[in-house]
Design a protein around this ligand. Structure first.
Ligand SMILES: Nc1ncnc2c1ncn2[C@@H]1O[C@H](COP(=O)(O)OP(=O)(O)O)[C@@H](O)[C@H]1O
Ligand SMILES: [Mg+2]
Length: 472
């Protein structure tokens, strides 16, 4: 029974025995090598047997445990290797992505460097060139291969200015290059000289170490030439402006002089007539002679003006008070205005408690601008009905600039005239020279201001100009 009916797999796990009442072994089935027995279970054959019993014994199956442990270990190891393969795959992917990003970044930077018109030059702490960009090569005419690795004196240094260049170079190496950049003359491979504007900045590597200096180099030859030209132009312009305004002024002053001179002449004739008539009582002579004296003084003032203007014909920029200049011009033009029946209305819209606006200017030139605008305004009101002949001059200050406004109630300015208003020699007047506004604008712009005009809502036109105010 044991041999035939107990299945093999059972026999692999347990030992089955049949024993009699005295514990004598009658039969057994087991495929286990005898080892230390584990738990056992006993079943009695009742009632037929004489104390026969079936004993099932389980064994501590060490080899099997070992196998299981091994299998588990293999399983865990293979799990581990799969997961590390997975991690590796992820790592490789990330690396590829990083490389791709690096390549993109690199080509972007390369394109950027190549498109730069600013020259870039890197030097190590000894001053040896470690990098130059195409713009720098283009500027100096040497190739990157010829430049990289060279030490001072550089190929592009100007031999006759070596001392100065060395001095600046040493300052850069000490880290004392001016932050706002410095100018230096370099030479090109073909011997040509050019002005370079250089900014130096420390070169720091990824570990934060200072490894050298990076310079950006700008070729400012053209710019300097343009600046020189514009300065010369400006000077010439100011000079011509003065000559022309001098001419204009001389003619007005001559005109102005006529008035007091003819008054003097008529007072003198009056007095002479009385003397001739034997009617010259001393107290009656006082009044005409006093008036004569006043007119003579006025003539003297006018001549002094011409003298002043000629003497001051060198442009002289100094702080001046705008309200003072305006008052001067108005005082000077008052007799002319009276003759034309024009009322001059002066407004100084200054903030209370604030100092009067001061500008850095050539006092005489600014006077000429105002004079020109006032004269144009008065000339424009020839056809205006008398009561409306008002000339309003105002001075305003704010936002760091002073605005002077000359408003008339005259003929106004047609679109056609407006198009040519500031052109030299453009005039609609028979005796006009047509230089007034052209000069005014040049003078104002030479003082960093603006001049323009607007139609006057009340009829006529308004000419305005601004001048940057000095800090108060
Ligand atoms: N306030 C004004 N109102 C009307 N027209 C003006 C005024 N100012 C200037 N103009 C016009 O602009 C022209 C040019 O002025 P300007 O350059 O001073 O030369 P000019 O006074 O010698 O004619 C004048 O002839 C005139 O037609
Ligand atoms: Mg004029």
């Amino acid at each position: 029974m044991l041999a035939h009916h107990v299945p093999w797999w059972f026999a692999q796990a347990y030992r089955l025995e049949i024993q009699d009442g005295n514990g004598v072994l009658l039969a057994a089935k087991s495929q286990l090598s005898p080892a230390e027995p584990g738990a056992s279970y006993t079943l009695r054959f009742e009632p037929p047997g004489h104390g026969l019993e079936l004993v099932a014994i389980s064994y501590h199956n060490d080899p099997k445990l070992l196998r299981n442990v091994l299998a588990a270990a293999i399983f865990i190891l293979s799990l581990l290797s799969v997961s590390s393969l997975w991690a590796l795959r992820r790592h490789v992917r990330r690396r590829l992505a990083a490389e791709q990003a690096l390549r993109t970044e690199h080509s972007f930077r390369k394109a950027m460097e190549d498109s730069l018109t600013v020259g870039m030059r890197a030097r190590d702490l000894e001053g040896r060139i470690s990098y130059v960009n195409p713009a720098f090569c283009h500027m100096v005419g040497w190739t990157a291969d010829e430049l990289v690795g060279t030490v001072p004196p550089m190929l592009y240094w100007v031999p006759e200015d070596l001392e100065h260049t060395y001095e600046l170079h040493r300052a850069v190496m000490r880290g004392e290059a001016p932050a706002e950049g410095f100018e230096l003359v370099f030479r090109r491979k073909n011997g040509e000289r050019f002005s370079a504007l250089i900014y130096e900045a420390p070169l720091i590597d990824s570990e934060g170490r200072h490894t050298g200096w990076m310079a950006s180099v700008l070729d400012i030859t053209e710019r300097k030439r343009a600046e020189d030209l514009s300065r010369q132009h400006q000077e010439k312009l100011q000079h011509t402006a003065r000559l022309i305004t001098m001419g204009e002024m001389a003619s007005t002053l001559a005109h102005e002089l006529n008035q007091p001179l003819s008054a003097i002449a008529s007072y003198a004739t009056g007095c002479l007539n009385r003397i001739a008539a034997g009617d010259a009582r001393a107290e009656e002579m006082v009044s005409p002679l006093t008036k004569l004296g006043a007119q003579a003084q006025r003539a003297g003032q006018i001549i002094r003006r011409i003298h002043d203007f000629v003497r001051k014909s060198e442009p002289l920029v100094r702080p001046c008070l705008l309200d003072e200049i305006i008052e001067g011009v108005v005082g000077f033009q008052e007799p002319e205005a009276r003759k034309r029946g024009i009322r001059i209305d002066l407004t100084f819209a200054l903030e209370p408690g604030m100092a009067r606006p001061r500008v850095e200017a050539d006092h005489v030139l600014i006077e000429q601008v105002i004079l020109n605008l006032v004269r144009n305004a008065m000339e424009a009101m020839g056809q205006t009905p008398r009561p409306q002949r008002v000339l309003s001059i105002s001075l305003q200050s704010g936002d760091g600039q002073a605005t002077i406004r000359v408003a008339d109630r005259g003929s106004g300015i047609s679109a056609e005239v407006a198009a040519n208003l500031f052109s030299p020699f453009f005039t609609t007047k028979e005796t006009g020279m047509g230089m007034g506004l052209n000069i005014c604008r040049s003078i104002v712009e030479a003082h960093r201001g603006h001049l323009w005009f607007e139609p006057n809502p009340a009829g006529g036109s308004i000419f305005l100009f601004t001048l940057p105010e000095m800090a108060r």
